[in-house]
Design a protein around this ligand. Structure first.
Ligand code: GAR
Length: 193
């Protein structure tokens, strides 16, 4: 069985969408894959409870309990590797990872980013899209490489930016698309190998 480990920092709605898709589409039987664990860098992440309610193992690796990024990444890597993952899924995981960490999972770590990459890597993507008067915005599923938000694109979805949109209204419209494209992209990756 291929193990999927999902990393979150907050609400975990993308994680929940992946868990629901895995259940609904019977990834265990069809893809030989299952969500083995959900790990958060924040003990108060709402998604931890959602995962527990779905019967998934959870763990916290609190970045504030580690002296520096390297120590945090080492602890996180140890926690992830307990599950021998075929795929590590960043789902609203708001920490920058060290190049060594990313290299360890090369080819088996993916992220979802709330913009149409390569536009707007980094933070505050929705406000930046509104400020630039973009007509479309969206989300991107991509391979994770050492350079932030720059790996090969696996899936994208576009939504219109509407008159009167705020960062929040646009974020909500984009998020509904994230919930569709992320599970689909993961299933596709798993089916390839
Ligand atoms: C999502 O919109 C995701 O694309 C974004 O955080 C949100 C998490 O929501 N990720 C990033 O900004 C990564 N840099 P969720 O916790 O409900 O899935």
């Amino acid at each position: 069985m291929k193990h999927i480990v999902i990393l979150i920092s907050g609400t975990g709605s993308n994680m929940a969408a992946i868990v629901r898709a895995a259940e609904r589409e019977d990834w265990a039987a069809r893809l030989g894959a299952r969500v083995a664990a959900v790990i958060s860098n924040r003990p108060d992440a709402r998604g931890l409870q959602t995962a527990q309610e779905a019967g998934i193992a959870t763990a916290v690796v609190d970045h504030r309990q580690h002296a520096d990024r390297a120590a945090f990444d080492a602890a996180l890597r140890a926690e992830i590797d307990r599950h021998q993952p075929a795929l590590v899924v960043l789902a609203g995981f708001m920490r920058i990872l060290t190049p060594g960490f990313v290299a360890h999972y090369a080819g088996r770590i993916v992220n979802i980013h709330p913009s149409l990459l390569p536009a707007f890597p980094g933070l505050h993507t929705h406000q930046r899209a509104i400020d630039m008067r973009c007509r479309v915005a969206g989300a991107t599923v991509h391979q994770v490489t050492a350079e932030l938000d720059h790996g090969a694109i696996l899936a994208q979805a576009a939504v219109p930016v509407l008159p009167g949109d705020t960062a929040d209204t646009l974020a909500a419209r984009v998020l509904t698309q994230e919930h569709l494209i992320y599970p689909r992209a993961i299933a596709e990756l798993l089916s390839k190998g």
